[in-house]
Design a protein around this ligand. Structure first.
Ligand SMILES: Nc1ncnc2c1ncn2[C@@H]1O[C@H](COP(=O)(O)OP(=O)(O)OP(=O)(O)O)[C@@H](O)[C@H]1O
Ligand SMILES: [Mg+2]
Length: 298
């Protein structure tokens, strides 16, 4: 079934999220490793999906490359590129890097992160649907039009949230967002985020996938705004299969559909610890991640 990478142990550990482990090379560059860990409902499962990290890393790399005409990003290269071209001194890591790590890693420029999650939505789903249904608002903005589940917005909307160190991110109204990063910066981030969403949405649609919504992060390096973090992966975005799409009903998420459905039917209370996931669900999940990568890149 292919190799599996759940934990990493390189020198200079900086940070571990639910899925990725980050190490610093020096004060300007970092290695980001996407492991095969998988989370659902914000909880990391005990089982991992073999090769998922490689798929996520390849997908991010693919999109970072494809969107760099819209805004420059943090990608420097993969580990082999950087070692071969000797751009950076990687001696410290030499004995720790094997092929499982290489295939799941990228080397990035370290930026000063802007503490705002730039979310763009082309269709109503997820937390935006809940807020709309309860209050007729999205990020506190009144929605005058009647919307059905999964309906496409006339134009994609920018619904940023806080980047919380712990706990859940909180949606920001336009005013709150502008107070947080400044008026001009807010408008710049909104414009660039929507441009990237539109580009990726149209590209994905040609491949039979709907990019429903996505989360982008930005940082500052040498007075320039850079796109950072993972880009347009199924972990940071919601994709639907075009074949499943009808207005009025939420299609399942392209990638985690089997896992989520299985978990919801398992009597699990959606808090740690997670239940044991059957192999079939892990295998089906792997197939879906692979399928999304293949569709996008074929
Ligand atoms: N080029 C960069 N410069 C500085 N910080 C970055 C860069 N790229 C990503 N980051 C930050 O590194 C961190 C990577 O974290 P990671 O995605 O692994 O975990 P997380 O976002 O805290 O949680 P989750 O697992 O839910 O995604 C994020 O805080 C992100 O903002
Ligand atoms: Mg993250």
């Amino acid at each position: 079934m292919g190799s599996i990478l759940v934990k990493t142990n390189l020198p200079n550990h900086l940070y571990s999220g639910k899925v990725r482990d980050t190490y610093f090379i020096n004060d300007k560059y970092m290695i980001m490793v996407s492991t095969d860990r998988i989370s659902a409902f914000d909880v990391v499962m005990n089982e991992a999906v073999p090769g998922k990290g490689e798929i996520l890393n390849s997908m991010s790399t693919f999109w970072l490359e494809k969107t760099k005409h819209i805004i420059p990003n943090h990608f420097l290269g993969n580990i082999d590129d950087v070692i071969n071209t000797k751009v950076l001194d990687m001696d410290l890591f030499k004995n720790h890097i094997n092929k499982d790590i290489k295939s799941r890693s990228m080397i990035v420029k370290k930026a000063k992160r802007l503490d705002i999650e730039c979310i763009v939505r082309g269709y109503i789903a997820g937390s935006a649907w809940s807020e709309y249904k309860n209050n007729n608002t999205i990020n506190d903005k009144l929605i005058n039009k009647k919307l059905s589940p999964a309906e496409k917005f006339d134009c994609p909307i920018f619904t940023p949230s806080t980047k919380a160190e712990t706990g859940h991110d909180i949606p920001l109204s336009e005013k709150e967002g502008k107070n947080l990063v400044g008026h001009e910066m807010y408008e710049f981030l909104e414009k660039k985020s929507i441009e990237i969403y539109n580009f990726a949405h149209d590209f994905s649609r040609e491949k039979g996938m709907i990019l429903v919504d996505t989360k982008l992060e930005f940082g500052i390096l040498n007075d320039e705004v850079l796109l950072i973090d993972e880009l347009l992966t199924p972990d940071s975005s919601r994709y639907w299969d075009l074949d499943d799409y009808v207005v009025g009903k939420f299609p399942p998420a392209f990638d985690k559909q089997f896992l989520r459905e299985w978990l919801l039917n398992s009597n699990w209370n959606l808090t740690y610890p997670p239940p044991k996931i059957p192999n079939k669900i892990i295998n089906d999940t792997k197939k879906r991640y692979l399928e999304s990568y293949k569709r996008l890149t074929s």
